[in-house]
Design a protein around this ligand. Structure first.
Ligand SMILES: [Zn+2]
Length: 154
């Protein structure tokens, strides 16, 4: 058995216009981040099936497990407020400033395992893939489906 998928690795300015706009919304959403513990400010933007965009940012807590990632903040809001719509794409971005001490490869905000699980179940629930776009100031990676990121999901 082989598990494989095709993804795109490029720069943000080479993305199609609609994906660039979604990435811009994700980066703007970083402003809503509350990340005093990690100083890692992440934003997410979801494009829904009616064309609207829902955003979210990571929300940390002194009791660490209480915190929520940007992806799930946005996804769960979208599912709660717009239960009849599907999610076509999600862009995840990280604010660059204040990250000088980090290795750039660690700054790429690939979704964590919990968010991958949440996105895969959203795909299963809606019966269609969610394109995942992970963006920094210098690079953009586009996955055709969240399922690519989580083989053998729960
Ligand atoms: Zn996460």
């Amino acid at each position: 058995m082989v598990f494989s998928f095709t993804y795109t690795a490029t720069t943000p300015d080479q993305l199609p216009a609609d994906e660039q706009e979604l990435c811009a919304r994700a980066l703007e959403a970083c402003e809503g981040s509350y990340a005093p513990y990690s100083n890692y400010h992440v934003g997410a933007a979801l494009r829904l099936s009616d064309g609207s965009v829902v955003t979210g940012a990571n929300q940390e807590n002194a009791s660490y497990p209480c915190g929520t990632c940007a992806e799930r903040t946005a996804l769960h809001y979208a599912q709660s407020a717009h239960p009849t719509l599907t999610v076509d794409a999600i862009a995840v971005g990280v604010r660059g400033e204040g990250q000088e001490s980090r290795d750039e490869s660690q700054d790429v905000p690939y979704p964590c395992g919990m968010c991958r699980q949440a996105l895969v179940e959203a795909e299963q629930r809606q019966g269609s893939p969610i394109k995942v776009i992970v963006v920094t100031a210098e690079q953009a990676t586009v996955f055709p489906s969240a399922a690519c990121l989580l083989p053998f999901a729960f």
